[in-house]
Design a protein around this ligand. Structure first.
Ligand code: SF4
Length: 93
C-alpha cells in the first residue's frame, strides 16, 4: 500500500518533489489522512503532522490548491476553509 505522500507517485512541480520526500506521512497508511471529522484517526494524523518537517509547505500547497478534504499540514478541510476565510482581505469600495 502506498503511503500518504509517497514519493514514488508522480509529483507536479519541483516544490512538490522537494517537500514530499521529507513528509512524515510518506510511508504511513494514506487512509489515516482522510478520516471522519473528530475521529480517533483524525487525531492520529494530526499528531503525525505536528512533528512533520514539511508541515508548512504541505499546508501552503493544500491552501493554494483549494483542497477541502483530508488532513493536510495538520489541519482538516474545515479548518483550512476557516483559515482561508480569515485570510481574505476585504478592500473597501
Ligand atoms: S504535514 Fe502532515 S499531511 Fe503534510 S506532509 Fe507532513 S505528515 Fe503529511
Amino acid at each position: 500500500m502506498a503511503g500518504r505522500h509517497d514519493d514514488r507517485r508522480p509529483a507536479r512541480g519541483w516544490r512538490a518533489v522537494t517537500w514530499r520526500v521529507q513528509a512524515a506521512c510518506r510511508t504511513a497508511n494514506a487512509e489515516l489522512w482522510f478520516p471522519l471529522e473528530g475521529s480517533a484517526e483524525e487525531a492520529v494524523a494530526k499528531r503525525v503532522c505536528s512533528g512533520c518537517p514539511v508541515r508548512e509547505a504541505c499546508l501552503d500547497d493544500a491552501l493554494a490548491a483549494g483542497i477541502d478534504f483530508g488532513v493536510w499540514g495538520g489541519l482538516t478541510g474545515a479548518e483550512r476553509r476557516q483559515l482561508r476565510r480569515q485570510d481574505t482581505v476585504v478592500v473597501p469600495a
